[in-house]
Design a protein around this ligand. Structure first.
Ligand SMILES: O=C(O)COP(=O)(O)O
Ligand SMILES: [Mg+2]
Length: 221
């Protein structure tokens, strides 16, 4: 096992960008929502840098980019509703698991580690996506961006997970791809591990100084 796991009893994982490459399906739903409003598509490469603060923020960033100014509340609400509708129809068509994810989750589960998923994505999408990969049952707890009043980078969801499993924060590890994951982990008193292949607003996640980094989650186990 990787040394970052020594003394760890709970591992919490981020979803988008860490376990899955979800931008292909996210971008389709964003672009369909924009099209409903007569706005031109933004495409995957831009959406890539807008993921990480939940779906409302994703749509706000897309609308701002398409309009050249901040959207009205009514437009933001309408586009977000449309996005939720389109994404719910096809959350797992072109989404792929990152290499090493299945091996890592299987091995951690076999070793009796408590596993939690803490994403800023709306909770409703977690089960359909994880089920599609046969991984939903690996997690003893799944929290979405709308599960609690605060999402990452607030430490609240991580502290909730630690309390749920009765594990001390210092015996817990947050695994993520973005500065929001590393900040939430640090503020919660968790150890932090980052992967470099995900979504971090176009910046290297190493700048957030995680306790450790791995190229692939396979290195964990
Ligand atoms: O919905 C998002 O913005 C990203 O969610 P994540 O926390 O799983 O990266
Ligand atoms: Mg992420």
């Amino acid at each position: 096992m990787h040394s970052v796991l020594s003394g760890i009893h709970l591992v919490t994982f981020d979803l988008d960008g860490t376990l899955i490459d979800s931008v292909p399906d996210l971008a389709v739903a964003v672009d369909r929502a924009l099209d409903d409003q007569g706005l031109s598509p933004r495409g995957e490469s831009r959406v890539h840098d807008w993921v990480g603060n939940g779906s409302r923020k994703l749509l706000e960033r897309a609308l701002r980019d398409a309009l050249g100014e901040a959207p009205s509340v009514a437009l933001h609400d309408a586009a977000h509703e449309a996005f939720l509708h389109y994404y719910a129809q096809a959350p797992n068509v072109r989404t792929r698991l990152h290499p090493g994810v299945r091996e890592a989750l299987d091995a951690l589960r076999e070793r009796g580690m408590a596993l939690a998923l803490v994403t800023n994505k709306p909770h409703a999408f977690i089960a359909p996506i994880l089920d599609g990969f046969g991984l939903f049952d690996h997690f003893g707890l799944c929290l979405g961006g709308d599960s609690l009043p605060q999402g990452k980078p607030d430490p609240a969801p991580l502290l909730y997970a630690a309390a749920h499993f009765g594990v001390a924060p210092r015996e817990s590890l947050m695994v993520g791809d973005s500065r929001h994951d590393i900040e939430a982990g640090r503020r919660a008193g968790f150890r932090t591990l980052a992967v470099p292949y995900g979504y971090n607003h176009g910046e290297p996640v190493a700048s957030s100084c995680p306790d450790a980094m791995v190229e692939s989650l396979a290195e964990l186990v």
